[in-house]
Design a binder for this molecule. Structure first.
Ligand SMILES: [Zn+2]
Length: 320
């Protein structure tokens, strides 16, 4: 399932990018929607749909070990209808990468294409020198105060993690400093239970500001057992696509989809036709990310995996 991938930025991306500029420069966040004028024709409908452009809730969903090329081929084949619908209706698809020349310490801010360091990088926006994890075997507590949970908790958000992994390298040791600031801690669940517990959290805190991290161990675990080109790897992504649909449906049922920034991505890729992700190449370092249009200003911000956390903070601060 290897092929050349072209940059897929839907034309609506450009429209989405126009919105925060208009909203922030005119300080419209606390004001009624603007009067329609011909110059605002192209972005006015989106502005109304997503008014008031305030991501009061942020959800990060991780599909562990998803190879970008494999995912995009399935997307093209119509095998991931929830993701396809998410992108076509409400989200932008970005293609970030792990910014590390050799995946070794000393190589830029390098870290290995493994779950512990990559999740730590997403959670902090930092490479190895900052977040302290460069491979699973050398797991370290992320230094105090550097994770998104702590950042959101300090701003009055309810914080949570629902994680299928129950490993020392993720989430236990890296998040040991952050754990006191995580209100809802659920780890070690199968994929459908991850969604069930996430939905419970969403229902409980639908009227609050919240930050929720949702981590599925698939398709990584399946890839390690069957291999990346096995049908089971694809089937795992199909299951996750169904779980994404359940999560998005719940946001709609609670009437909070327009106030929720949803970021769907992976921690690392997978070796082509292989059983792991230890190689440091495009199949393991080139990622995918889909972000809902509540990410106004977000989509133009993310190029590398370590951009995700600072770009989320930027969007939230801009619209507070
Ligand atoms: Zn793995």
């Amino acid at each position: 399932m290897k092929r050349t991938i072209l940059l897929l930025l839907p034309t609506c991306t450009l429209l989405v990018l126009m919105i925060p500029i208009s909203a922030s420069s005119n300080n419209l966040v606390e004001s009624p929607p603007p009067t329609f004028t011909p110059t605002s024709f192209y972005y006015f409908p989106l502005m109304v749909k997503n008014w008031p452009w305030r991501p009061e809730k942020v959800i990060i969903v991780i599909w562990d070990g998803t190879q970008r090329a494999h995912l995009l081929e399935m997307l093209d084949n119509g095998e991931l209808p929830s993701l396809e619908n998410f992108i076509s209706e409400d989200a932008v698809l970005l293609l970030p990468y792990i910014d590390s020349a050799s995946c070794e310490p000393g190589s830029g801010d390098g870290y290995r294409t493994e779950t512990g360091p990559a999740n730590s990088a997403i959670a902090t926006g930092l490479g190895y020198p900052g977040m302290a994890n460069w491979r699973n075997k050398d797991r370290q507590p992320i230094p105090d105060g550097l994770t998104l949970w702590e950042w959101f908790k300090g701003r009055g958000y309810v914080t949570g993690i629902v994680c299928s992994m129950d490993a020392q390298f993720w989430p236990h040791i890296p998040l040991s400093n952050a754990k006191p600031d995580i209100d809802y801690w659920q780890v070690g669940w199968l994929y459908s239970w991850v969604t069930d517990l996430s939905i419970e959290f969403i229902r409980e805190y639908a009227s609050s500001r919240f930050f929720l991290w949702v981590h599925y161990q698939e398709p990584d675990n399946v890839g390690h057992y069957y291999g990346e080109n096995h049908v089971e790897y694809s089937e795992a992504l199909v299951r996750l696509d169904g779980e994404l649909g359940r999560l998005l449906t719940e946001l709609g049922a609670q009437g909070i989809e327009d106030g929720t920034l949803v970021v769907l991505t992976t921690d690392h890729g997978f070796v082509e036709d292989g059983f792991g992700h230890g190689a440091c190449n495009s199949d393991t370092k080139e990622l995918f990310l889909a972000a809902s249009s509540q990410a106004s200003g977000f989509s133009g911000c993310v190029e590398a995996q370590t951009d995700i956390a600072p770009c989320i903070k930027g969007v939230v601060l801009e619209h507070q």
